[in-house]
Design a protein around this ligand. Structure first.
Ligand code: H79
Length: 586
């Protein structure tokens, strides 16, 4: 994936008497790293089932997926009575998870507002027996707990309002006027949520498709006019906003410049679905948090409370485990910046702050850990989990001929935390690294598609980079992909080609792939020798491993590795979806 563009260059809040700089406005958010997303609304009542039928897809989309007419769906409001709702408890869930901000759906696509609104009586105070303003209650508890309150607001879709977008089963798009909706409800409600509840951290717009630039700008200006320091996410439309929003549940491969956030689910829905129990493990959540922060992003992790007002226990217990990990390791998360290395190592991830480099080790190596590429002197190394900060023996060397800096670290035989253990390296000055792709200290050379360069001969159909860091549309034998990588250990390597399956599990082998380093080549026909979970899309994409043979690398230092497809099977028209080439010491 290309690096994110900085979308906030030089922007300062308008009309503020003492306008803060963009860095000042972004400061709390850049330090926070971890936030709670809450999707709650009338859809919690059907909870994924309508008239006895399980409705597929995400829970908050039930009105759309089941084509429920407004007159029918809005009757849910008369039954919405979340007597167990306790704002203090919800805020405590965020707090115990180590989260620093809370973003709740003040209004989702269904048009129902969780706050008292003069602009529309389709809101929790006026339309439900519950009659309480949950946004006001959350605002109070957030303030007490030091959590920033933020609001999600669906600005384009409103399936309840006859002039807004998204509801094609009740309304005829040809007869709608979006500007009218903005005037009647959209803009007034933005003013309401920014004037009724004190300082708001950010407004989280969503699905801006088909908005004009002027419309997007009007919404964002309404935010900045009401609260100049309030941030705006990246989904206002037309690239307007204070930071980039990645796709839902999408974690980019490798470091991304600029401010960005990944919104993500704990299971496979945002709004509560009674039968979605596909919960991510606490281990997986910790590693995702580390992964995102190591690439420079924030993690906005969702819960979907029930119609009674309860956050599912399965969510609470998992979040608590992340919070417990953060109690020990939070120093390596909060206020850190991305890894100084642009690429993902195989053993874990890194973050940095001041003159400290944090190694988050997922795959514990045993007693010896090796890191290449760090150029500063390490003054002290220790485990963050060790209250005594006992120094770990550490040796640094430089191989001038190979252009390789090497650090060797003595570790205890067993990981302090097998999910992710943090080693602190106190460096002389801010960590400086050689950004060239380099062999991992444990010997693995991973040449990921996203770190490869596409060599595209003119006149050939271009290879494309896919959402999960793949190279796709490889339907021609002339293009090549090359990597410049520093090898630390000369020797014989087994060469594997990793290609990704389609989301329906389809995969096609029988291509002939050739990997070369200088005159050495490994060439074979691709076949399914082994299948692994795809780390960027666990549970629905997989990587197929095809062994290509062996290669000899005869000296340490920078080498160029080239991948070519000598034959491509085109029966299904997919071609090989390149994930990576792996060289493992034989
Ligand atoms: O609020 C959450 C989602 O409801 C919202 N963004 C996150 C943060 C979102 N809105 N649209 N989308 C996400 C894209 C949704 C596409 C789908 Fe569907 C909804 C796939 C399945 C249900 C619409 C209906 C498209 C296909 C069927």
């Amino acid at each position: 994936m290309a690096t994110a563009t900085q979308k906030n260059g030089g922007k300062t809040a308008r009309k503020a008497p003492a306008a803060k700089t963009q860095d000042q406005r972004m400061k709390w958010w850049r330090e926070a790293k971890f936030g709670l997303f809450i999707h709650w609304g009338l859809y919690a009542l059907p909870a994924g089932t309508w008239k006895g039928k399980k409705i597929p897809g995400i829970g908050e989309w039930i009105q759309n997926r089941a084509r429920i007419p407004v007159r029918e769906y809005e009757q849910l409001a008369a039954r919405f009575n979340p007597v167990d709702f306790d704002a203090k408890e919800w805020v405590q869930v965020a707090k115990d998870a180590g989260m620093k901000y809370l973003t709740i759906t003040s209004k989702h696509h269904d048009g129902f507002a969780l706050f008292k609104s003069e602009a529309s009586d389709y809101n929790i105070v006026d339309a439900t027996p519950f009659g309480r303003d949950v946004c006001a209650e959350l605002a109070r508890e957030c303030r007490k707990a030091g959590i920033r309150l933020c609001f999600y607001y669906s600005q384009k879709q409103d399936w309840h309002h006859p002039e807004a977008s998204g509801n094609t089963w009740d309304f005829d798009p040809a007869e709608q006027s979006f500007n009218q909706y903005m005037k009647d409800k959209g803009l007034p409600q933005i003013r309401e949520i920014l004037t009724q509840y004190g300082p708001i951290g950010l407004i989280w717009f969503d699905t801006p498709q088909d908005m004009t630039r002027a419309q997007s700008k009007k919404f964002v200006d309404a935010v900045y006019d009401a609260q100049p320091t309030c941030l705006v996410d990246g989904r206002a439309g037309h690239g307007i906003g204070d930071y980039e929003s990645m796709g839902d549940n999408l974690i980019p491969p490798g470091r991304v410049d600029g401010d960005w956030e990944t919104p993500a689910t704990l299971n496979d829905t945002w709004g509560f679905k009674s039968y979605d129990t596909n919960w991510k493990s606490a281990d997986g959540l910790i590693r995702r948090l580390v992964d995102i922060v190591s690439k420079g992003g924030n993690y906005l992790l969702n819960v979907g409370p029930t119609a009674k007002g309860v956050i599912p226990k399965a969510s609470v217990t998992r979040l608590k485990k992340v919070g417990d990990w953060l109690k020990v390791n939070g120093e390596a998360i909060y206020g850190t910046s991305a890894s100084p290395y642009p690429f993902e190592p195989g053993w874990g991830r890194m973050t940095a702050k001041g003159s400290r480099l944090y190694l988050h080790i997922f795959r514990w190596p045993g007693k010896q850990f090796v890191l290449h590429g760090l150029e500063n002197k390490v003054k002290k190394a220790y485990l963050l989990a060790d209250p005594k900060k006992k120094a770990l023996a550490c040796e640094q060397s430089v191989d001038e001929a190979a252009g390789l800096h090497t650090l060797q670290l003595a570790l205890p035989a067993r990981a302090p935390d097998k999910r992710a253990s943090v080693v602190v390296l106190e460096t002389a000055g801010a960590p400086v690294v050689d950004e060239t792709l380099v062999q991992d200290g444990d010997g693995l050379v991973t040449l990921e598609a996203y770190s490869g360069e596409i060599r595209q001969p003119t006149g050939t159909a271009p290879l494309e980079r896919g959402r999960f860091g793949t190279i796709e549309k490889w339907l021609n034998t002339r293009p090549r992909v090359t990597w410049q990588v520093k090898v630390a250990q000369p020797g014989t390597y087994d060469v594997n080609l990793l290609t990704q399956t389609e989301s329906d599990g389809k995969w096609e082998g029988g291509h002939r792939a050739k990997v070369s380093v200088g005159r050495q080549t490994a060439v074979a026909t691709t076949r399914k020798a082994e299948v692994r979970d795809n780390p960027r899309a666990t549970s629905y994409l997989q990587d197929v491993v095809s062994p290509l043979g062996q290669i000899e690398v005869n000296r340490a230092g920078l080498v160029e590795v080239t991948l070519k497809m000598e034959k491509i099977v085109k029966k299904k028209g997919i071609g090989p979806k390149l994930r990576a080439v792996e060289l493992t010491p034989a």
